[in-house]
Design a protein around this ligand. Structure first.
Ligand code: PBG
Length: 335
């Protein structure tokens, strides 16, 4: 660079600090960046539905489809080519199969377990995460057994543990309880070990908030609560110490990964959890956060790729080691 001879600053021609030197070229910016984002840190959440050749668009989540297992496998091969190695499965269960005790969740030949088996034989390298929660199977649309409007805790634990064992049997690498019942990590760990699944891990939705940003997801699975809300089990958005308490309990109970959910409105929670956690921290970039970007871009208010990348980078910068995001494939194409 040619030095400029005259400084408009006059007397104080040498500033002591010039942070802009480290931003001068793209190469320098890459050289000194603090945050890396790579596709192998992304977990792709997908919605599975029964049948063949089914790709059902979800209107509240532009670009996301409910996929039958054959179509899912096609997309997972694509994901692997792009470097996305992990998938989180959410089943869309037929209304006729739903009941108050979520019995279908224990069906070894049900949609979820058979899909896990198919993925494991078609894409052996894929890390498969399964959701442990009653809501996709429950006629009440809650994550626990409902009695007189109350969500029962201890009775629900047995259902969750059985569900987790069926998923492990099918070949899941991680089971991921997203229900927020007290004591479920210990209960599930015990059941898995008892059945010989010592190597199957638990990704615990440790700090899961009662968020309005889950709306599109519930639309995707037809899983909205039939009555009431989830505030007696999911966390109050006004709290952060409580998140740390939840994380400490889950660590004590044997969680292998702890999650904060949602991600974007809870970056402070991710940062604080990262400080105390002795295991990797996951963050879930949820359906409403995904839809926000799509709507922003559709209206021409922002470049979709840039907006998505900025948000995923922020979640990573806050401290997430792995990120669950519906943007996984689109994001991976940009790396
Ligand atoms: C329920 C579950 C939810 C999500 C994941 N698991 C919704 C809820 O708690 O009502 C939301 C994910 C998203 O919005 O992307 N077990």
């Amino acid at each position: 660079m040619k030095p400029k001879t005259k400084s408009p600053l006059g007397q104080i021609s040498t500033l002591r600090q010039r942070p802009r030197r480290l931003r001068r070229t793209a190469t320098i910016r890459d050289l000194v960046r603090e945050t890396d984002l790579t596709p192998d840190r992304l977990v792709w959440p997908v919605f599975v539905t029964s049948g063949r050749n089914v790709r059902e668009p979800i209107s509240s989540m532009p670009g996301v489809n409910r996929l039958s297992p054959d179509q899912l496998i096609k997309d997972l091969k694509l994901a692997q080519d792009l470097g996305v190695q992990s998938v989180a499965l959410f089943p869309h269960i037929d209304d006729a199969l739903k009941d108050p005790l979520a019995r279908e969740s224990k069906n070894e030949n049900g949609l979820l377990p058979t899909t896990v088996q198919e993925i494991k034989s078609a894409c052996p390298g894929m890390c498969v995460v399964t959701d442990v929660a009653m809501d996709p199977y429950s006629s009440d649309g809650h994550d626990g057994i409902v009695e007189d409007g109350e969500i029962l805790n201890d009775e629900t634990l047995a259902v969750l543990a059985e569900m987790a064992v069926v998923q492990a049997q099918a070949g899941a690498d991680f089971v991921a309880p997203s229900d927020m019942m007290d004591g479920r990590v210990a209960h599930i760990r015990h059941a898995l070990d008892e059945h010989g699944f010592k190597s199957v891990g638990i990704i615990s939705y440790a700090a899961k908030y009662a968020s309005t940003f889950y709306g599109p997801f519930r639309d995707a699975l037809d899983s909205a609560p039939k009555a009431g809300d989830k505030k007696t089990y999911q966390m109050d958005p006004r709290n952060v110490k409580e998140a740390l308490r939840e994380v400490m309990i889950d660590l004590d109970e044997g969680a292998d990964v702890v999650m904060v959910k949602p991600a974007l409105a809870y970056l402070d929670v991710i940062a604080k959890v990262k400080e105390i956690s002795t295991v990797p921290v996951a963050a879930y970039n949820v359906s409403g956060e995904y839809a926000m970007i799509k709507l922003l871009a559709k209206n021409g208010y922002a470049d979709e790729d840039k907006a998505m990348f900025e948000i995923l980078t922020a979640i990573r910068r806050a401290g997430a080691d792995l990120i669950f995001t519906y943007h996984a494939l689109e994001a991976a194409k940009l790396f």
